[in-house]
Design a protein around this ligand. Structure first.
Ligand code: ZN
Ligand code: ZN
Length: 262
């Protein structure tokens, strides 16, 4: 399995996942051209993508979905509420109805050679999900835009070989930062975003469960720094004596990350 973030953060998210036979994007939250450019940079032909799977309708996850789906006739997968929210926002205009595929949360479906499990996450969108992908006995997961760690997130990410996990903000930076109070409250709320500290706590659970690589993603530009996110989570693992089991890497905000192969 290969997992590679193309962009990651509040200004756009897209992740490439492939088992060598079936290749998908989780979200396409930047203009189509940017996605094409980052895919080319990792040696992937955009036309070889088999599906775009949407986590939720926020613009940093869907801005390029329409262009990518239309240009390459790639089917779009989402649950019903997310599909409706994207339709209302005009994201799915001029996509053939047969290319819009609706799934149920927390129920596996097959996409080519990948077994896909969309799982419910706590976030302030219509019906947001994370994804777990399994092929050849190996699983990887994408779990960002999460206000906290729920039993459902544990069930679907523990034991995965690689996990893209949110490390959105440093709580002190956010509290002292320029955001208006209601926005701070939203981010800190149970349907907001995961802090570095909470990411570090969950990283320990992941490392104990056998996760070998944690990719920290969806870092806030205003309320975090890559160094701080990496340091907080690495220290957490180190304090738990888990650093030898699990490596931590960062998903860059504006360009592709290092491909993780497992
Ligand atoms: Zn969101
Ligand atoms: Zn987001």
């Amino acid at each position: 399995m290969k997992l590679c973030t193309l962009v990651s953060g509040s200004s756009g998210n897209s992740t490439y996942i492939s088992d060598g036979t079936t290749s998908v994007l989780v979200d396409a939250g930047v203009p189509g051209k940017r996605i094409e450019c980052e895919l080319s940079a990792i040696g992937v032909e955009p036309g070889s993508i088999d599906a775009v799977l949407v986590t939720h309708e926020h613009i940093d996850h869907v801005a390029g979905v329409g262009v990518i789906a239309r240009r390459y006739h790639i089917p779009v997968y989402a649950n019903r509420s997310t599909m409706l929210a994207m339709t209302a926002a005009g994201i799915l205009d001029r996509i053939m109805p047969e290319d819009l595929l609706v799934f149920e949360n927390n129920t596996d479906f097959i996409c080519g050679t990948l077994r896909v499990r969309p799982f419910s996450i706590p976030h302030d969108a219509a019906d947001p999900v994370g994804y777990r992908f399994t092929s050849g006995g190996v699983s990887v997961a994408v779990s960002t835009d999460i206000g906290g760690i729920t039993p459902c997130i544990r069930e679907n990410t523990l034991g995965c070989r690689a996990v893209l996990l949110e490390a959105n903000h440093d709580v002190v930076m956010l509290k002292n930062g320029p955001y208006p109070y209601p926005l701070k409250k939203r981010i800190l709320g149970e349907n907001g975003h995961l802090s570095n500290d909470n990411s570090a706590l969950f990283a320990c659970e992941l490392a104990k469960s056998g996760t070998e690589t944690i990719i920290l993603g969806h870092l806030s530009k205003e309320n975090n720094t890559p160094e701080l996110a990496l340091e907080t989570v690495t220290k957490g693992l180190e304090n738990g004596g888990l650093l030898q089991n699990c490596r931590v890497v960062l998903a860059p905000r504006y360009y592709h990350g290092e491909p993780v192969i497992c």
